[in-house]
Design a protein around this ligand. Structure first.
Ligand code: MG
Length: 168
C-alpha cells in the first residue's frame, strides 16, 4: 500500500489529467472557431484521452483501498495566436506531465511500491507517445505555415482521429 504522501500525489495527478483535458478542449475551440475542424477533432479526441488517463488514476487509487479526491482546476488559457503556438504549448504541457509521471515513479520506487510502479509503467510509455506525437505535429505545422494546401490536407487527416480506449 502506498504512503499518504504518494496517495496525495496520485490524487494531484487526477487533477492534472483533468486539467489537460480542459486545456486541449480550449485548443479545440480555437481551432473550430478558425474553421479547422480536423485540428479541432484532434484536440477533442486528445481531451477524451486525458479524461481516460484521469479515470485510470481514479480507479487505481480506489482499487488499492485509497480514496480518490476530485480537486479544483485552474482555468486553461483560452486565447491563442496560431497553430504553431498551440502545438508548442501542447508539447511543453506534455513535457510537464512526463515530469509529473517521473516524480510519481520516483516516489513509488523509493517506497518499493510495486503495484504502483507497475501501474505507472503504462504512463511512462504513454508519455513517450504523447511527446513524439506533439513534436511531429509541431514540426509539420512549422514546415507548412498557418495556411495553404498543406495545412488543409493535414486538417483533413486529423479529422479521422478517433478515441479507442486501450484494452488494458
Ligand atoms: Mg495524460
Amino acid at each position: 500500500m502506498f504512503s499518504d504522501k504518494l496517495l496525495n500525489e496520485l490524487n494531484e495527478q487526477i487533477k492534472y489529467e483533468l486539467f489537460s483535458a480542459n486545456y486541449y478542449l480550449a485548443m479545440a475551440a480555437y481551432c473550430a472557431a478558425k474553421g479547422m475542424d480536423g485540428f479541432a477533432n484532434f484536440f477533442v479526441v486528445q481531451a477524451e484521452e486525458e479524461r481516460f488517463h484521469a479515470m485510470k488514476f481514479f480507479h487505481f487509487i480506489n482499487e488499492m483501498g485509497g480514496r480518490a479526491q476530485i480537486r479544483g482546476l485552474d482555468e486553461p488559457k483560452n486565447d491563442y495566436a496560431s497553430l504553431e503556438e498551440i502545438f508548442t504549448l501542447s508539447l511543453n504541457h506534455e513535457k510537464f506531465v512526463t515530469g509529473r509521471i517521473y516524480l510519481l515513479m520516483n516516489m513509488a520506487q523509493d517506497e518499493r511500491e510495486h503495484a504502483t510502479i507497475s501501474f505507472l509503467n503504462w504512463f511512462i510509455d504513454e508519455q513517450v507517445e504523447e511527446e513524439s506525437g506533439m513534436t511531429d505535429l509541431l514540426n509539420k505545422v512549422k514546415l507548412l505555415g498557418s495556411e495553404g494546401q498543406g495545412i488543409f490536407l493535414l486538417d483533413k487527416e486529423l479529422a479521422l482521429r478517433t478515441f479507442t480506449p486501450p484494452a488494458k
